[in-house]
Ligand binder design. Structure first.
Ligand SMILES: Nc1ncnc2c1ncn2[C@@H]1O[C@H](COP(=O)(O)OP(=O)(O)OP(=O)(O)O)[C@@H](O)[C@H]1O
Ligand SMILES: O=P(O)(O)OC[C@H]1O[C@H](OP(=O)(O)OP(=O)(O)O)[C@H](O)[C@@H]1O
Ligand SMILES: [Mg+2]
Length: 285
């Protein structure tokens, strides 16, 4: 039986969350820290540990079948590679920044300027779309230092918290794209491997939905149950079970984790007591 070859970043910002998602979908891999390749013990999958920047080419050539990779790298290098699933971690954006002291009025201010970047294709197509021509300096790391050492007038790099820009006296002036880790697929995938990938994708979706949601349990007097149900829509409808104490019930439901703090006061005002909120490991709808 053939195995699906999945690439993950060998080391760096994506590695830990990539390995965690594989573990959460039930794929056990012997610790591969010093390995370049490891087989899963319980699933037809081989994991390849590679540099993020090299992965789009491996996908294109069919050397690997799928990969967990930063979407920004795929856009920079991977034209035509399909994203099967957004994974919700390593969120960042690719931006153009200039020194704080510059009175930046708009993209026309970049005309004829020197821009340092590790994302030349991304910047080039953004500038072309805006009819701007500039000189790109391609550097592979510490891009934000470039204006301070006189190498460039502007930079284009990844921004997340913004603290690297702040430390280097730069300000964000153009946001080119938003990125997060994604599950990307080789265009050369055959049917047999597609079937393995479908299983993996289904499991990933269950894990991601679970991460987005919380299981909530509470007790309330029976006459308040309808008001509480109106606040807690749940997956289908909430479960209501009688408590041993006469006139009281327990309500169980699932809510989006971001909505919990918004509804908690309403629940209390409607007589809810003993509210428990629990993580959900997996959710299959
Ligand atoms: N500060 C950040 N916050 C959130 N996500 C980030 C941040 N920096 C990078 N990323 C995301 O993580 C990916 C990997 O970044 P990292 O710096 O670990 O590796 P790299 O140097 O780009 O790649 P390689 O594996 O080729 O050395 C990036 O492509 C981007 O998608
Ligand atoms: O907005 P922030 O939260 O400060 O994050 C942005 C920084 O993070 C990344 O660098 P990284 O730390 O990965 O170093 P690298 O350049 O060596 O990859 C990116 O290249 C930026 O420099
Ligand atoms: Mg980095």
């Amino acid at each position: 039986m053939s195995k699906l070859r999945i690439a993950v970043q060998k080391s760096g910002r994506l590695n830990e969350d990539s390995m965690r998602i594989l573990k959460d979908i039930g794929i056990s891999i012997d610790n591969g820290k010093d390995q370049l390749k490891a087989s899963a013990r319980n699933f037809p999958v081989e994991v390849f540990y590679l540099r993020n920047g090299d992965i789009p080419q491996y996908l294109k050539d069919g050397v690997v079948d799928a990969a967990i990779i930063g979407e920004n790298v795929l856009i920079e290098k991977g034209n035509g590679i399909r994203v099967a699933e957004k994974l919700g971690f390593s969120t960042c954006r690719v931006c153009i920044a200039v020194p704080k002291s510059v009175d930046y009025k708009g993209i026309q201010d970049l005309e004829g300027k020197r821009i340092a970047t590790s994302y030349p294709n991304t910047v080039k197509s953004y500038l072309e779309k805006n009819n701007i021509s500039a000189n790109l300096h391609i550097i592979n790391g510490s891009v934000e230092i470039a204006p301070n050492i006189g190498l460039a007038d502007a930079i284009c790099d990844i921004v997340s918290s913004g603290s690297t820009l702040f430390k280097n006296n730069l300000k964000e002036v153009e946001m080119i794209l938003k990125s997060e880790a994604v599950l990307a697929v080789s265009p050369l995938l055959n049917e047999e491997k597609q079937a393995i990938l479908d299983k993996i994708q289904f499991r990933i979706q269950s894990v991601l939905k679970g991460r987005q949601s919380k299981y909530i349990l509470l007790n309330a007097p029976n006459e308040k149950i309808q008001d509480i149900i109106n606040v807690l829509p749940g997956m289908k409808s909430p479960t209501v079970l009688p408590l041993a104490q006469e006139g009281w019930s327990s309500v169980h439901s699932v809510i989006n984790k971001n909505e919990f703090w918004d509804v908690i006061d309403e629940l209390k005002n409607n007589g809810a007591e003993g509210i428990l909120v629990c993580p959900i490991e997996k959710m299959v709808l």
